[in-house]
Design a protein around this ligand. Structure first.
Ligand code: PLP
Length: 350
C-alpha cells in the first residue's frame, strides 16, 4: 500500500537538481559572510522580496526568533495574532531567550488581525507598562486554514504600527504560497512590511533552511543574534545551493499544490461524518472537522494511518492535511477514497 503523507509540506525531499547543486556548490565561511553560494542566495532572495538584505537561518523558527531578538529588548512586549505559529508552536522562544512577553490580539478566520485591536494593544509610555516594540503577522496563516493576507491586509496593520514607530515582522514561512495564490510578485505583497522570514524547506522542497529578509541595518543586527543563538554556519553554501534551486524552480509550481488542496477539499466535502467547506481554503492547507457522531479526531486519524493516509495537527475536533510536490492528483483521489472508507466504517460501528 502506498502511504500518502499529508502531514506537512516539510516532508518534501530535495530534488535531483538540488542534490547535484549541493554536491557542486562553491563554498566559503558564511560566518565571515564569505560563502559565495550563500551570498548568491541572499541576492536572489532580496530581489524576490524587495528587501535590502537577507540571511540564511537553520529554520523558520530561527528566523522568527532572530527577528524578534533583533527588534526587541528584555522586558518589551510583542503583539501577534491569537493563532500565531510564533505563539503556539515555537516553544516560547521569544519569551525564553528574548525576555519579552507576548500580547495576543484575535485572529479572524482569514488569519488577519484588526488594526484597531493592534492600536489598542500598543502600550502607553508609562512606567507600569512594558514597552511595545514589535508587531508580527503570519502569511499564509497556518492555523487559519492556510489563508492568505493580501497586501492591503498587511498594510493596514503596518500603517498603525509605523505610526507608533513599531516595525512589522512577517512570519512568511509560506509567503510564496500567498504570492502565488494572489498572482502577485512577493516583493509587491511585502512592500509595506519591514521584514519577512520564509522557509526553503516547506513547499519549496529544499532539505534545510529559511531566509530572513529586511533592511540592511536590521539584517546586520539579526546576524549578531543568529550568532548568539548558535545559528551561524560555516560552509553553508552546501545548504544554500539547494535553496537557490528552490527559489528558482519551485515557486511557480505551487499552483499545483493549491489545485490539489482544492481537489482534496472538494472530494472530502461529499463524505458524511466529516466537515469540510472547500471555499475555506486558498492554498495548500486543508483542515477537516470530524463530526462527534463519527468519533474522536484521534480515533479517526489513527484509523487513517492504518489506511495509509498520514495527517498532523489533530485536536480540537479537526485535523490538518497539507499538499506538496510529492503528492499528485491520483494520490489525492486515493486519499479521499481511504478517508471515505474510514468515515463510513466508524459511523457504521456506532
Ligand atoms: C507558519 C509557520 N511559521 C514557522 C514555522 C517554523 O518552521 P520550522 O519548522 O522550519 O522551524 C512553521 C512550521 O511549520 C510554520 O508553519
Amino acid at each position: 500500500m502506498k502511504v500518502i503523507d499529508l502531514r506537512s509540506d516539510t516532508v518534501t525531499t530535495p530534488t535531483e537538481a538540488m542534490r547535484k547543486a549541493m554536491y557542486d556548490a562553491e563554498v566559503g565561511d558564511d560566518n565571515a559572510h564569505e560563502d559565495p553560494t550563500v551570498n548568491h542566495l541572499e541576492d536572489l532572495v532580496c530581489a524576490l522580496l524587495g528587501k535590502e538584505a537577507a540571511i540564511l537561518t537553520a529554520s523558520g523558527t530561527m528566523s522568527n526568533l532572530v527577528a524578534a531578538l533583533a527588534h526587541t529588548n528584555r522586558g518589551d512586549e510583542v503583539i501577534m495574532g491569537s493563532k500565531a505559529h510564533m505563539f503556539w508552536n515555537e516553544a516560547g522562544g521569544v519569551s525564553t531567550l528574548g525576555g519579552v512577553q507576548v500580547q495576543l490580539v484575535p485572529n479572524d478566520k482569514g488569519g488577519r488581525i484588526d488594526p484597531a485591536d493592534v492600536e489598542a494593544a500598543i502600550r502607553p509610555d508609562d512606567v507600569h507598562a512594558p514597552r511595545t516594540s514589535l508587531v508580527c503577522l503570519e502569511n499564509t496563516h497556518n492555523q487559519c486554514n492556510g489563508s492568505v493576507l493580501t497586501n492591503e491586509d498587511m498594510k493596514a496593520v503596518a500603517d498603525v504600527a509605523h505610526a507608533h514607530g513599531l516595525p512589522v515582522h512577517v512570519d512568511g514561512a509560506r509567503i510564496f504560497n500567498a504570492a502565488v495564490a494572489l498572482e502577485m510578485p512577493a516583493h509587491e505583497l511585502c512592500k509595506d512590511v519591514d521584514d519577512v522570514g520564509f522557509c526553503l524547506s516547506k513547499g519549496l522542497s529544499a532539505p534545510v533552511g529559511s531566509m530572513l529578509c529586511g533592511s540592511a541595518d536590521f539584517i546586520e543586527e539579526a546576524r549578531r543574534w543568529r550568532k548568539i543563538v548558535g545559528g551561524s554556519m560555516r560552509q553553508a553554501g552546501v545548504i544554500a545551493a539547494a535553496g537557490v534551486v528552490a527559489v528558482e524552480t519551485m515557486i511557480d509550481r505551487m499552483v499545483e499544490d493549491h489545485a490539489h488542496a482544492r481537489r482534496l477539499a472538494e472530494g472530502l466535502s461529499h463524505i458524511p461524518g466529516i466537515n469540510v467547506d472547500p471555499d475555506d481554503f486558498q492554498t495548500n492547507i486543508v483542515f477537516v472537522g470530524v463530526d462527534p457522531n463519527t468519533g474522536s479526531t484521534e480515533e479517526f486519524t489513527d484509523r487513517m494511518k492504518e489506511e495509509g493516509v498520514l495527517t498532523a495537527y489533530r485536536g480540537g475536533g479537526r485535523f490538518r492535511l497539507v499538499t506538496h510536490r510529492e503528492v499528485g492528483a491520483e494520490d489525492i483521489d486515493t486519499a479521499v477514497d481511504r478517508i471515505a472508507k474510514v468515515a463510513s466504517e466508524m459511523r457504521n460501528a456506532r
